[in-house]
Structures are given as C-alpha cells and as structure tokens.
Design a protein around this ligand. Structure first.
Ligand SMILES: [Zn+2]
Length: 248
C-alpha cells in the first residue's frame, strides 16, 4: 500500500493532506465529481473529507467511507490505508455497473480520537451532518465504514444496534453472501469505534466492516506496516462492497 509507505498521517498533518490528494486524484480519474468538505480539528489545525460523488438516476444514497488519518507514529497500513485502498479500487470500477442508489465515496479526516482528543470522529461527524442537512436526509440506506479490512478474516460487520436491521446489516450480509465473502455481524460495544458511530448518533443507519475476531494487535503502533496486509482481504472487501452497491 503506497499511502502507508509514506509514514504516519495524523489528523490535520501535511501527510494526511497528501493522502487526501491521492484519493481525490483517484476519484477524478474514475470520473466522479469531487467535493472537499473542510473542518477544523481543535488544537491541531484543519482537516477535510474528500468525497467522490456518483449522482445517478436514483434518489436514495449509499455512503462508503474510510478514514485517512493514522495515529502518530503508526504508518497505519491496516488502520486505515487498507480502507482507502478499497475505496480507490471501488471508484475505479464504479461506473461499470448499474447502482442501486447514488453513491458517495468518502475519504474522511481526523478519525483517530487518541490523537484529536475529541469524543467524536470529526470527519464522520461533518459528513453525517452534511447528509442530514441535505436532500438525502431520509434517503440514506446505509453508510459503511471500511476500517482495518487488510487482514484477519472472516471480517466482522459491526453496528450499535440490538439485532441486524433488514435494509442495513441484512442487506450488507446478503451482499457478502452473493460475493462469497465470509462476514459475521457483531454488536458494537457502546456506540462504536469507527466513522459509522457519528451517523448512528445522528439517527442515520450505518455500520463498520473491519477486522475479525483476531483484532489488530498493531493498531496505533509502528508495526502496522504494509507487509502485514493480505491482498486477498482487500479484494474481498472490495467485492462485498461493490455487490452491496450494485443494482440487482
Ligand atoms: Zn481505524
């Protein structure tokens, strides 16, 4: 993964901005419209969400997001260059098949609360507010956070609800089944530890696809390097998400 070979990318840093530019280029190459949503990270500076937009004939919306920042000192290969890599691969293929809904692919900023000191994932908070304030407020079917999808399958699909919902977790698990990707739904502890959290807190349906039962022993550490990633995991995460976006 090229992005994680550049070193740590804490929120509001030059390195985070560089990774964001990389995703913006990937979205533009894929002929998506690119919107940059800027926001402040108190005490650290400015960050942003880079959103690649596919505005098709449908009125509903699917959001796929991956956080761009890493913890300081961590190259963040699995957490979360893995999610960014899947986002870029999805963008490159998005125009090839019919979509069930319009699509926003979002490279969010400032997720790592361990660094920002914020109780919220700041990029996701800005993004969820943008969805809620606009025409898609009641038309968001789900927002999916790809976070640590580079190793340790079967993946876990996580959300802070009591049981899988029909149009959200069940729809995503159904897509995983069609794509032949092993995924288990596991309820979040408390409100969730990735970008889906802020959507759910604002009453918008969301979940996270990420690491399985083995966890990520190198999370926020210098050992979260690209050599630990399993390319097959990235392909499977991409296939599952594409299956969920595709019209049937
Ligand atoms: Zn993460």
């Amino acid at each position: 993964m090229r992005i994680s070979s550049w070193g740590p990318r804490p929120a509001a840093s030059v390195a985070e901005r560089r990774a964001h530019r990389h995703l913006a280029r990937a979205f533009r190459r894929a002929s998506l419209d690119v919107v940059v949503q800027r926001f402040s990270v108190p005490g650290r500076g400015r960050s942003r969400n880079v959103i690649g937009i596919y505005d098709g004939p449908r009125s509903c919306l699917h959001v796929v997001m991956a956080h761009t920042d890493s913890a300081p000192g961590a190259p963040g290969a699995n957490d979360n260059a893995s999610g960014l890599g899947v986002l870029a691969a999805l963008a490159g293929r998005l125009l090839r098949y019919p979509k069930r809904c319009d699509v926003w692919l979002a490279a969010t900023g400032a997720e790592e609360r361990i660094y920002t000191g914020s109780p919220d994932h700041l990029g996701a908070l800005a993004l969820a507010r943008r969805v809620r304030a606009g025409p898609y407020a009641r038309r968001l079917r789900w927002a999916l956070s790809l976070d640590e999808v580079g190793r340790d399958r079967p993946f876990w699909l996580r959300s802070p609800v009591a049981a899988p919902r029909r149009g959200v977790e069940e729809a995503l698990l159904g897509a995983a089944g069609r794509a032949g990707v092993p995924v288990t739904w596991v309820r979040d502890e408390s409100s969730g530890n990735s970008d889906h959290r802020e959507f759910e807190l604002l009453g918008l349906p969301a979940a996270k696809l990420g690491v399985g039962a083995g966890g990520e022993p190198c999370r926020h550490m210098a050992c979260d390097r690209p050599s630990r990633l399993d390319p097959k995991s990235l392909v499977l995460a991409r296939r599952m998400t594409a299956a969920a976006l595709r019209a049937r």
